[in-house]
Design a binder for this molecule. Structure first.
Ligand code: ADP
Length: 541
């Protein structure tokens, strides 16, 4: 129809241009490998990104080519998040915690042409390199000139920037172009690639920054602990520059001590990370108190935030915890748990019950829960079903894989593989992943509910519940429990006694084992596959 609005392309370079025009003096601080701080401004970043984009074209990178990154959260990785898409190519973030085999599989599957490597990770990368076929150039940063390497065709990052200039027009001219990709960790089957478009990431940025979501603004100081190699650091490299926030990048320093220091010294207002990070930080702060009251939102996702930990942060440290849920396939943001006006009068304990949920879908994400017969279930806070989603920043298909019903319904919804219930006011709570549910005597038992209850025990640091085969009931729950620092004795009886009143008798784990560590996946989740392999096959003493 005549007279419609402009056909304006929603491309990522628009975010960068906006940041450079509106917030040129805002800073990005990076903790370098040696612990010192690198500081520069958005205006500095802008110039270097332009140069880098142009240099990529010079290296032979063409529109649509995949360019890998193997790096911590730092200013160079931030630059790559813009420079690669700005050159019309696809920024493929590589998870540094994968095995050499998995890493090589992903690079070959994506056909990465160039890979940028953080010097501190060079040795790790070299283990996969002999298996890699597609890469024509490697680019190194945070590495000395005389670094010894087995890699061929190596250039230095700073040489690329020095040898280039800013006279460059962005090649990201169409919002439908691909701009980034990330593979899921592949806990089942081969890793699968999610390919993001300029348009989808632009809209995700707006979605993430809307009021009621993360709403990152020029007043914020943001510490993305969630790695840039995992689920796009939850979009923070884009939402921070879009909002004009100051950024603090931790580099390789993800231990509780440096994180506590950065939060206190930089007066961080928004920090984002998985529960394991915040568990570690909490115990660190108990021993070495620091003032982290500047935080307005401690954003946590990736796995369920234990209710007890949320309560501890809020009641003991005065920190507002914001639970969020998402997936690599969803760019990743799906739901955010901010309290609404009608929660304010609730007693604190009930507010923490709400905060234990994963929150409500932000505008741009639609969700539904579906029962075993394929019927849509009501949002009554009781019924559990498979969670399905749709929206402009959710995959329609995995990269180079056919669409099939294992992940897309015939009516166009993405099947998350999560099982959840939704309250009448739209707060979604994950009770399990489909493959992690325990089915005992025909009844479902939620491993997440049991884990939450056990982790509320003061002597417990982490707990993971899995199903073990049982002749009579088909499956029974087993809990693996890691004691809190300094706890010398922890018994099965103590745990069972602690949770006995909260559950029906058949929910109580048949076995509680105390372990030194709970195995984790490359993205920091409890690795239940490994636990099952250890204990399901009768390793129990
Ligand atoms: P990967 O499969 O590579 O670990 P993702 O981080 O994309 O990658 O995993 C998404 C899954 O993580 C979700 O489907 C869900 O099971 C789990 N998850 C994410 N956020 C939460 C959360 N806040 N609470 C519980 N589970 C979560």
């Amino acid at each position: 129809m005549n007279g419609l609005m402009m056909d304006y392309q929603l491309t990522i370079d628009r975010i960068l241009e906006h940041a450079n025009r509106m917030f040129p003096t805002k800073t990005v601080k990076t903790m370098l490998p040696d612990g010192s701080m690198h500081v520069y401004t958005y205006a500095d970043a802008y110039k270097r990104i332009k140069r880098l984009s142009k240099a990529l074209v010079g290296l032979g990178v063409e529109i649509g080519d995949r360019v890998g990154t193997f790096a911590w959260n730092n200013y160079q990785h931030l630059e790559l998040y813009y420079a690669i898409p700005g050159a019309g190519a696809v920024c493929h973030t590589l998870n540094i915690r994968l095995s050499a085999d998995q890493l090589a599989y992903i690079i070959n599957h994506a056909e990465d042409k160039v890979v940028f490597i953080d010097g501190t990770l060079l040795k790790l990368y070299e283990q996969a390199a002999p298996l890699v076929q597609s890469v024509q150039h490697y680019v190194l940063f945070n590495a000395p000139r005389d670094v010894a390497t087995t890699l061929q065709n190596v250039v230095f990052y700073e040489d690329l920037i020095d040898g280039s200039d800013e006279d460059f027009a962005w090649l990201s001219t169409d919002e439908k172009m691909a701009m980034a990709m990330c593979y899921t960790s592949g806990t089942t089957g081969d890793p699968k690639g999610a390919l993001y478009a300029h348009r989808s990431m632009f809209l995700h940025t707006l979605g993430s920054n809307q009021a009621g979501a993360l709403a990152i603004s020029e007043k914020d100081v943001v510490l993305p602990v969630v790695p840039q190699f995992h689920a796009m650091a939850w979009g923070t490299p884009y939402s921070c520059m879009a909002g004009g926030a100051r950024m603090v990048m931790p580099g390789p320093h993800l231990q509780a001590q440096p994180l506590a220091r950065m939060i206190e010294e930089e007066r961080v207002t928004v920090a984002a990370g998985v529960p394991t990070i915040w568990t570690g930080l909490y115990h660190e702060l108990k021993n070495n108190p620091r003032d982290i009251s500047s935080i307005r939102a401690m954003v946590v996702g990736g796995s369920a935030m234990p209710r007890a930990l949320t309560k501890a942060y809020e009641s003991e440290l005065g920190v507002n915890v914001v639970h969020a849920w998402g997936m690599t396939e969803m760019s990743p943001l799906g739901t955010v748990c901010n309290l609404q006006a009608h929660h304010e009068a609730l007693p604190l304990e009930e507010q923490w019950d709400v905060k234990a949920t994963q929150g409500y879908p932000i505008l741009g994400v639609e969700m539904r829960i579906v029962g075993e017969e394929g019927e849509e279930l009501p949002w009554d806070g009781q019924q559990m079903g498979e969670l399905q989603v749709r929206g402009p920043w959710i995959i329609s298909q995995y990269f180079k894989r056919p669409i099939d019903e294992s992940y897309m319904t015939t009516d166009g919804w993405f099947r998350t593989g999560d099982v959840s219930k939704v309250s009448p006011d739209g707060y979604m709570q994950i009770t399990d992943r489909t493959k992690d549910l325990v089915k005992s005597g025909g009844e479902w038992i939620s491993s997440v509910d049991l884990e939450n209850a056990i982790m509320a025990h003061p002597k417990v640091m982490e707990a993971a519940v899995i199903a073990i085969p049982d002749a009579r009931w088909a499956e029974r729950p087993l809990a693996a429990v890691k004691p809190a620092p300094g706890v010398e004795e922890l018994t099965e009886a103590e745990i069972i006694e602690f949770i006995r009143d909260d559950f029906a008798k058949f929910w109580l784990p048949d076995k509680v084992i105390v372990v030194a560590d709970i195995p984790k996946t490359s993205t920091g989740k409890f690795d239940k596959k490994v636990l099952r392999a250890q204990y399901a096959a009768g390793e129990l003493q």
